[in-house]
Ligand binder design. Structure first.
Ligand code: PLP
Length: 445
């Protein structure tokens, strides 16, 4: 290998992954890594899944690609039908793309086109939340709530403002009930709408369970319902970004099912292709679709690989695996076990402030001081130390560092495959605990 490829870091050269085996990845030296985060919450079925391999071979033998400017395809049609059959109420159409950022980008552009076509072209703003991530393309980046990701690319294309996340571990006041907290932070949307002028806002976007940027932080009871009410009152579209938390990750096919709230648009990716193919989807309400259909009849958008038959065939096989193996139940059961095991092992740890999440989507937040919840000094880069030590020990997990106002501490996101066994959960927790202890000892040395 000559080293001409470049990825995120120009300073590191990672090991070469050569094979996958269930919950493990194997590198060129034969070292095995337990995939405790499914990469970035992608590999929900683990690696080398038999049904996926067969489905992809069969599709390749039939049809690899047909441009959507000319054709639709059987796997794409089947996938759209299957997703809509299970989708939250009101979502009736599917726009297939190749990943999460593309899905969010399409949602933002569709929101804008929708309002232009119904004669409300003054609606151009987006409201999102701090400590959120919606992708790296310029529109999705504008929506994302990590200033450090955006700062060097401004001015961004979509005017976005950010309200508080729903992050009760850090923000709930003493004596405040979960419900009261949820209403309070949801009401920030109302305040922001009044500040901007509600008639200028097209959409509010959020993740029902925040993934990478905060480490599996679920909405508290009632929060999303209040958000829905506020959006409805002002004619603002509600977009749920379930790129990370969707496709069964929380124990429900769509995370918002658990909250009983349906959006106007919903994005999925990652687990949809489970890493076997790059695919994302935007699910759209009948009302939005109909407005475009009765207007220009054309969504002014598109990508060469959208609706790719191979990617759709993979997603259909993923859905079949989830259904036939009752994997949503497995996620709930193994998620409970993971949660219990984390609490047993780390619940009393002097530097573990919070353990949270839903299903097989869990987060562990680290603090220097449990009482005050003071995070570690960001310059210690505790998250990077944990990642490195875990990796050395043969565990893939997804740590992230404090990012905003020093309020958000280091955390580790866990999102293992839905097929993870009891023994593998024990191994995960053991290796994670070792990496956390080693990293803290190293940082304090
Ligand atoms: N939205 C959310 C919530 C994500 O977590 C991510 C990726 O981590 C994205 C969007 C972007 O997806 P992709 O990396 O597939 O473009």
């Amino acid at each position: 290998m000559t080293g001409h490829i470049f990825g995120r870091s120009t300073r590191t050269s990672p090991p070469v992954a050569v094979a996958g085996d269930g919950c493990y990845l194997i590198d060129a030296d034969g070292k095995r890594y337990l995939d405790g985060s499914g990469g970035a919450a992608v590999s929900c079925l683990g690696h080398s899944n038999q049904r996926l391999r067969q489905a992809l071979h069969a599709q390749l033998d039939r049809l690899a690609y047909a441009h959507t400017g000319f054709f639709t395809s059987e796997p794409a049609e089947e996938l759209a039908d299957r997703l809509i059959a299970k989708a939250p109420k009101g979502l009736e159409r599917v726009y297939l793309v190749s990943g999460g950022s593309e899905a969010v980008e399409a949602a933002i552009k569709l929101a804008r086109q929708y309002f232009v076509e119904i004669g409300q072209s003054q609606r151009h703003r987006v409201i999102a939340r701090r400590q959120s991530y919606h992708g790296n393309t310029l529109g999705a980046l504008a929506a994302g709530g990590n200033e450090w990701r955006r700062v060097q690319f401004g001015p961004l294309l979509v005017e976005t403002s950010h309200i508080a996340p729903c992050y009760e571990y850090r923000d709930r006041q003493t004596g405040e009930s979960l419900e009261a907290y949820g209403q309070r932070v949801a009401d920030e949307l109302e305040t922001e709408l009044q500040r901007l002028g509600p008639e200028t806002v097209m959409a509010f976007i959020c993740e029902p369970v925040v993934g990478a940027t905060s480490g599996a932080v679920p909405a508290v009871p009632g929060y999303l319902r209040r958000i829905r009410e506020i959006c409805d009152r002002h004619g603002v579209l509600l977009i749920f970004d379930e790129v990370m938390c969707g496709m069964g990750r929380t124990g429900h096919l769509f995370a918002c099912d658990e909250d009983g709230v349906a959006p106007d648009m919903l994005t999925i990716a990652k687990g949809l292709g489970a890493g076997y193919q790059p695919i994302g989807a935007l699910l759209v309400s009948g009302a939005i679709y109909d407005a475009i259909a009765q207007g220009s009849g054309f969504f002014q958008h598109g990508h060469t690989y959208m609706g790719h038959p191979m990617a759709a065939a993979a997603a259909n096989a993923v859905l079949s695996e989830i259904e036939d193996r009752d994997l949503l139940a497995a996620v709930r059961q193994q998620g409970d076990l993971l949660d219990r095991s984390l609490r047993e092992r780390l619940g009393q740890h002097p530097h573990v402030g919070d353990i949270r999440g839903r299903g097989l989507f869990r987060g562990v937040e680290l603090v220097e001081d449990r009482e005050t919840k003071r995070p570690f000094d960001p310059s210690l880069r505790l998250h990077a130390r944990i990642k490195a030590l875990a990796f050395e020990a043969g565990l893939i997990c997804y740590p992230m560092g404090g990012t905003i106002d020093g309020r958000l501490g280091d955390h580790v996101l866990l999102a293992p495959p839905y097929i993870i066994s009891d023994a593998e959960i024990a191994e995960l927790v053991d290796k994670l605990a070792g990496a956390i202890d080693g990293a803290i000892a190293g940082a304090q040395a």
